[in-house]
Design a protein around this ligand. Structure first.
Ligand SMILES: *Cc1c(COP(=O)(O)O)cnc(C)c1O
Length: 429
């Protein structure tokens, strides 16, 4: 494979953009080496700036559940763009998308559209604080909720001590409103709420963790989160920015039958355009300005292009059998990947939820962030490059999900398995 043009573009990018990118993981630092530049995408495939082609299992980090440039999404965005890119006054498609979210996501009666997942979580937490009149936010280690100040926090010295910033520029004072607990650990939730429960505004969690690899909740974990937060008058926030319309159409909450107070969405609901959303019961959501006193606004919020792409995506994926077909194809492929890893004597621990999957390069089991970090990331990096050089693009970091789309069927099965057979051998080396 030739990367001449990508390499030249990478040099130019590093002159103009910090680290060459607009979001850190794109720089491929976790696997070493330089990123390729995307030129175009069609269905399951990306073509790069040198004309190389890859089956794409990253899918813009989740949003593209229909694959690249799905004809329905392209047509609807064109149509919207021809009518004008933005108005800053109400448009019908905002309501239509909101209605879809209300229809599918059990906890949502009303929803506010924003421009990113980051905006959704930070606004949902503000609303939770306003609603409860409390300041503390409990966060789960290894879950990612975007880059808002109060969420760039890791655990303090003990379970019930306040967090410390994970990035320069985050004031200690912000971190001191955040408590961090491990995933899948009911005892930790109990201790934190015993110590601080009356001051906890909210607990925010990815109901299926997707940003430390994919880690599903253990039996009863989400139910306990629901019970304990309720007992203390704290709000439970499910960050379903990744899992919404991915673990099931109604997100992880529909799949596991546990209803949070507030839900954050993003990624799939924008069909590849910038979007975020947060919603919940009408009485809580109506505390938002202008219905209520909690301020939150956005010049481009509910943008007609983003709502057109999101609506088109949901209308295709909600067709009977469409979602299940993706799951079935994914299961078939992950099973084969497991077999190929075993054949090459590479221990992997596979996890899966809906249309997202992960292979931790270790024996497992993986219940939480500490377990996830036991993975052999050097081996993962060798596997990554082995796949890339054979035309398969998986996440350029171990602690990410592998995403599937409606365009990933028999058409990509053999190509992916042929690459994986060799890449696992190289990873073993
Ligand atoms: C991607 C993601 C976010 C952040 O969304 P952005 O649109 O990147 O700001 C928040 N929470 C979860 C669970 C995510 O996966």
């Amino acid at each position: 494979m030739n990367f001449t043009r990508s390499n030249a573009l990478w040099k130019a990018a590093n002159q103009a953009l910090p680290g060459g990118v607009n979001s850190p993981v794109r720089a491929f630092k976790a696997v070493g080496g330089e990123p390729f530049f995307a030129e175009s995408g069609q269905g399951a495939w990306i073509t790069d700036a040198d004309g190389n082609q890859y089956v794409d299992y990253v899918l813009s980090w989740g949003p593209l559940i229909l694959g690249h440039a799905h004809p329905e999404v392209v047509a609807r965005v064109h149509e919207a763009l021809n009518r004008g890119a933005s108005f800053g006054i109400p448009t019908e498609s905002e309501t239509r998308l909101a209605e879809k979210l209300v229809e599918h996501v059990p906890s949502i009666e009303k929803v506010r559209l924003v421009n990113s997942g980051t905006e959704a979580t930070m606004s949902a937490i503000r609303l939770a604080r306003a609603h409860t009149g409390r300041d503390i936010c409990v966060k789960v280690e290894g879950c990612y909720h975007g880059h808002a100040d109060g969420l760039l926090v890791k655990a303090g010295s003990g379970l019930t001590t306040f967090g410390t910033p994970t990035s320069p520029g985050v004031p200690e004072a912000y971190a001191s409103c955040t408590l961090t607990i491990p995933f899948n650990d009911v005892e930790a939730v109990k201790s934190v709420f015993e110590a601080h429960g009356d001051n906890v505004a909210c607990l925010i969690v990815e109901p299926v963790a997707g940003n430390m690899g994919v880690i599903p909740p253990e039996d009863g974990y989400l139910e306990e989160l629901r019970r304990i937060t309720q007992a203390h008058g704290s709000l439970l926030i499910f960050d379903e920015v990744m899992t919404g319309f991915r673990v099931s159409l109604g997100g992880a909450q529909a799949h596991y039958g546990v209803t949070p107070d507030l839900t954050c969405l993003g990624k799939v609901v924008g069909g590849g355009m910038p979007i975020g959303a947060y919603g919940g019961p009408a009485d809580i959501m109506d505390q938002l300005s202008p219905a209520g006193p909690v301020y939150q606004a956005g010049t481009l919020s509910g943008n007609p292009l983003a709502t057109a792409a999101g609506l088109a995506t949901i209308e295709v994926i909600e067709q009977p059998g469409a979602f299940e077909a993706i799951e079935a194809n994914m299961l078939q492929l992950t099973e084969e990947l497991g077999r190929l890893a075993a054949e090459a004597d590479v221990p992997i621990y596979q996890t899966q939820a809906g249309t997202m999957a992960c292979a931790f390069f270790q024996e497992g089991p993986v219940h939480n962030y500490a377990d996830a970090t036991q993975s052999d990331t050097d081996r993962y990096a060798r596997f990554f490059w082995g796949m890339l050089q054979r035309g398969v693009y998986i996440a350029p970091a171990q602690f990410e999900a592998m995403f599937y789309s409606a365009a990933h069927g028999d058409n990509v099965f053999d190509h992916t398995c042929t690459a994986a057979r060799e890449a696992f051998k190289e990873a073993a080396g």
